[in-house]
Ligand binder design. Structure first.
Ligand SMILES: [Zn+2]
Length: 244
């Protein structure tokens, strides 16, 4: 599997079909992008998340950590789901300019309405909690007032969705190629040995194991840039849609 940025690879193996493996990566890859951008878990159940353990394991994987912060992978996600642009912080100067444009065109009535909306959000603890969890922006970046307003309406719709409704369209983030197929009668150990040989040979940066037995992060470094939003800029003509 290769990230669309072309700089990161991952080797995987499965005893199931390729379709099953792709569905697994699609599910977790898209979920983790949602969770990293919004700061809140996708599952909105009351007590126990049935997939909690599996999600916890996936959350730690370098594969998904990378795609959730890779500008190229994120751009693909945002093209399909423009409603998430409000979670991509912008430079201070851009936010100030955008704020002044919106304030200039805002009447006293609009400002009053905005104040009512804000106080409603504060009154609604659940909505306020979601807004509080939105991750802090990297230094020199911030959310514009307009983005915060859009985040509020995003979470309003998110709360009204049922748990089986995804707030995004899912997409396959990685390019995939099959490099080996084993016969039906084979041991799990053999499959793992072959997978490991491919990982060692290709020195894939996103696998959790690495050739010389040290921590993958020590060997290949962090899987994303801390200023992850630097190369992400919303196109001028917004095609922002609401949650379906
Ligand atoms: Zn990438």
């Amino acid at each position: 599997m290769t990230c669309p940025c072309g700089h990161y690879d991952y080797v995987d193996s499965t005893a199931e079909t390729l379709t099953d493996a792709l569905a697994y990566h699609r599910e977790h890859g898209n979920r983790i992008i949602h969770e990293k951008l919004t700061g809140s878990p996708l599952f909105r159940g009351s007590i126990m998340d049935p997939n909690g353990k599996q999600n916890e394991i996936a959350n730690r994987m370098r594969l998904y950590q990378h795609s959730a912060r890779c500008p190229v992978a994120l751009r693909s996600f945002l093209d399909c789901n423009p409603i998430y642009w409000c979670f991509i912080p912008v430079l201070w100067s851009e936010a100030l300019a955008e704020n002044s444009v919106h304030t200039r065109g805002t009447s006293d009535t609009d400002l009053l309405l905005l104040q009512v909306l804000t106080s409603t959000a504060v009154g609604n603890r659940r909505l306020a909690n979601y807004l509080d969890c939105v991750p802090l922006s990297p230094a020199a970046y911030v959310f514009s007032n307009q983005q915060v307003k859009q985040q509020r309406s995003f979470f309003q719709q998110f709360i009204s969705c049922t748990n089986d409704q995804l707030p995004y369209l899912t997409l396959d983030l990685y390019k995939v190629a099959i490099i080996a197929v084993l016969p039906d009668i084979r041991s799990i150990i053999l499959r793992y040995i072959i997978e490991t040989l491919f990982i060692i040979h290709a020195e894939t940066k996103l696998n959790m194991i690495c050739p010389i037995g040290i921590d993958a992060e020590k060997r290949y470094g962090r899987v994303y840039d801390l200023v992850w939003c630097a190369n992400l800029k919303q196109p001028p003509i917004s095609t922002t849609k609401s949650i379906q």
